[in-house]
Design a protein around this ligand. Structure first.
Ligand SMILES: CC(C)c1ccc(C(=O)O)c(O)c1O
Ligand SMILES: [Fe+2]
Length: 300
């Protein structure tokens, strides 16, 4: 079965690249890396080549998600699983990989959310990958949550075909899964929604003070805070959600539960109640998770 390192990158469509590049650097606190010839902007929040890629394309939402495999031998296991399930896949050409600073990649359309998933290993190039945390000490791209009306089928696909492990669910509304054996409680969440969508993108920060400071900083910068601060009983994280310039929901969180590779605890099902989302009792702005079209790629 396929083994992963982590959720590696997320590529977003935004209405104005200049406006969003400034926001993701100055407000969200990522490091600007460079602009590619096609105009897309690379930002990072760890020592990888990039963690977030912005593309100027309406409507705003998700272009694709990169899942870093443990090593090159995982492609064989992944391809076997995809063929057995009858899921079409495409291997990216050497020139496309070079452009994206990756050594090898396979792309699929996840059949239930329609999200483009890219399974990859990074290039072993000599590019500068230093990362200097900014006002908010982001440690990594944490997770994304995808919405679909076929959420139970999506969970089965991530679990049985892609070898994600379920960490917890809240009733039948949301399930949190980790790309095995990455230790963090979830790299992907799947939420019930009326149509396929990106619900939010999460960045994990260094300490609770990053959340408290962000609350005041975001207010001063005029960003829309849409939920929190609060604590998620599922992963144990303290959270704060805010909107990017197009209304895409971003989350900072601190303190996520970690799982061992073996003898991990069993997944839990928490009741479908507000206390299962937030044990501090914060109220949610209805704009949370409301913008995030999923661009559907053609897998030839
Ligand atoms: C409100 C959302 C879907 C949610 C719930 C719980 C967690 C967590 O346990 O960390 C999240 O990260 C969420 O985004
Ligand atoms: Fe989250």
């Amino acid at each position: 079965m396929t083994r992963y390192r982590k959720l590696g990158y997320v590529e977003l469509n935004v209405e104005s690249i200049a406006r969003s590049a400034t926001f993701y650097r100055d407000v969200a606190g990522l490091q600007h890396v460079r602009q590619r010839q096609d105009g897309s902007v690379l930002l990072r929040c760890d020592m990888d080549a990039y963690s977030v890629v912005l593309h100027e394309k309406a409507p705003a939402g998700l272009k694709c998600v990169g899942l870093m495999l443990e090593d090159a031998s995982q492609f064989e296991a992944l391809h076997v699983q995809l063929r057995e399930h009858g899921t079409a896949y495409k291997e990216l050409s050497a020139s496309e990989c070079k452009l994206r600073q990756i050594a090898r990649a396979t792309r699929i359309t996840e059949p239930n959310t329609q999200a483009t998933l890219e399974f990859y290993i990074p290039a072993d190039d000599a590019s500068d990958r230093t990362f200097q945390p900014t006002h908010t000490r982001i440690q990594r791209l944490g997770h994304i949550v995808l919405g679909t009306q076929r959420s139970s089928e999506a969970v089965v696909f991530f679990r049985d075909v892609l070898n994600f492990r379920v960490s917890d669910s809240i009733g039948e509304t949301v399930t949190f899964m980790r790309p095995y054996p990455n230790p963090f409680h979830h790299g992907i969440g799947v939420v019930c929604s009326g149509h396929p969508m990106l619900h939010h993108v999460n960045f994990m920060v260094t300490e609770i003070d990053d959340i408290g400071r962000a609350l005041h900083r975001l207010r001063a910068q005029g960003a829309a805070i849409v939920h929190g601060p609060g604590r998620h009983p599922t992963s144990g994280s303290v959270f704060l959600y805010f909107l990017d310039p197009d209304g895409i929901t971003l989350e900072y969180s601190f303190g996520m539960e970690e799982f061992l590779e073996i003898h991990a605890r069993e997944p839990r099902v928490l009741p479908a109640a507000p206390e299962s989302i937030d044990s501090w009792g914060a109220t949610r702005d209805p704009r949370m998770g409301s913008v995030g079209e999923i661009e559907v790629a053609t897998i030839a």
